[in-house]
Design a protein around this ligand. Structure first.
Ligand code: DX5
Ligand code: ZN
Length: 217
């Protein structure tokens, strides 16, 4: 079954615990924690201290940390200590030291993910299928919530899914950006495993109805 990762970036930060609890009750499986450094992406979000507090308030949740930062290896241990279960970094941030970053995250005990921006050829992640736990396909330019889904995304997901099948490995495929009840099913059809949803979930009157559409067999 597909999993739904609720992107905390769309929460009301003054009511973070309450907003996350509401989405967990609506059926969200995972909390997606977007970290932006104002350097790799032109925006700044929040860091490990916020995760520490959220993890203390909701300790049983799986925390899917998406690092949109220039030096992910440097901060991996901080996020692991704060409660991350999986740490994803961007291939474009560290093109020459991918193996080292994977090793640095593995050393913390967390699962490892690699993300690619919409303009990066999908073939760039093929060498890491079977090596990392998850590939995160961005369906918008990283940096902001509430953007429009890029229609090239399902084809990109399908290409990674086909390569995974060819290799016979079980690296998960996640999609992030502009996911809603229309675009989510297109990604499910293409073979995605996890769907990140921010605005479409946090702003929904009935988030459980959105989760139901994003959950599939
Ligand atoms: C964008 C972030 C996303 C974003 C998704 O850079 O990585 O996780 O919060 O938000 P929506 O679903 O609103 O596009
Ligand atoms: Zn994200």
């Amino acid at each position: 079954m597909t999993k739904v990762a609720a992107s905390i970036l769309s929460a009301d930060f003054a009511n973070l615990h309450k907003d996350c609890t509401r989405l967990l009750e609506a059926g969200a499986d995972v909390m997606h924690f977007d970290v932006m450094d104002g350097h790799f992406v032109p925006n700044i979000s929040y860091g490990a201290p916020v995760l520490t507090c959220l993890h203390a308030a909701l300790p049983d949740v799986f925390y899917d940390v998406h690092l949109m930062i220039s030096d992910p290896a440097r901060y991996a241990a901080d996020f692991a200590k704060a409660g991350a279960d999986l740490i994803t970094f961007h291939l474009e941030a560290v093109p020459d030291t991918v193996e080292e970053v994977i090793a640095a995250i593995r050393a913390t005990g967390c699962q490892v993910g690699i993300s690619i921006r919409p303009g990066t050829p999908v073939e760039a992640v093929f060498p890491y299928l079977g090596v990392v736990d998850l590939i995160l396909v961005m369906s918008v330019e990283p940096g902001f919530g509430g953007q429009k889904f890029l229609p090239t995304t399902p084809t990109r997901i399908a290409a990674i899914r086909a390569e995974r099948t060819r290799l016979g490995c079980n690296t998960l495929i996640e999609v992030d950006g502009g996911i809603n009840t229309v675009t989510g099913p297109q990604c499910i059809e293409a073979g995605v495993d996890w769907l990140v949803a921010g605005n479409s979930l946090f702003r929904a009157e009935d988030p459980a109805a959105v989760v139901r559409v994003l959950h599939s067999k």
